[in-house]
Design a protein. Sequence first.
Length: 278
Amino acid sequence: MFTQGPFLALRLAGLVLISVILMTVDHRLRYLEPVRAVVSTAVLPLQYLVNLPHAVGSWLGTSFASREELLRENTELRRNQLKIAVKLQQLDALDRENQRLRTLLKSSGKVGERAVVAELLGVDLDPYKHQVVINKGSVNGAYVGQPILDAHGVMGQLIHVGPVSSSAILITDPSHALPVQINRNGLRAIATGTGSLNRLDVQYLPNNADVQVGDLLVTSGLGGRFPPGYPVAVVKSVRRNPGQGFLAISATPTADLDRSREVLLVWSGRRVTEAPPP
């Protein structure tokens, strides 16, 4: 600091003493706070100037990124978006399946007999046959003639039972007939399949029978296959032909025959007492 003066060691001791005094005054009395603020304000432009090359380099690197890199990043983002969309679709499907199962469980609580939820494995594509395959068989206690239902009504009955899977005929199959009765007045009839998933024919009711559009048809329990009281169909049209001895009645099945993925296997009264297999 001085071109002329005391020895170097004496100068160093003086500087150390001055530094200690300044640090003590700043720590105890904070007299140097205004000085520090002024110095930091004065140095701020220098800090910006020192950081300027790095900021300019980052901006240039971002601005002049290669087209291939941007395309690659865009492709990766599209792939991630597709994966997320697929997962969302799966979640939506699981949510709908959960709702269907909850509806089936509520329906099984109303049944009163023992019931097991089964899942459809396949559908017969023959237009003249309405049959499905389910994932329950003899190991689950299934038997030929066992009724199957969905959450809204009767779907059909089992016609072939294997160890782990079974085939069922739907009530709309042309070869299927089901004893029913009108829920409003108890009139008995036979509901036969027409080959159309949304229509049944109701036979053997005379022209003077009390049948109205909107009447609910339920199983009568006759024949020993279907327990009584299950919804089957709703009367859609009633035609009286003077030259015929019976009414021409068509009805719409209550079950979702073309949409249900899960069904209920119901053990009727003569089977419910059998113990389920281990």
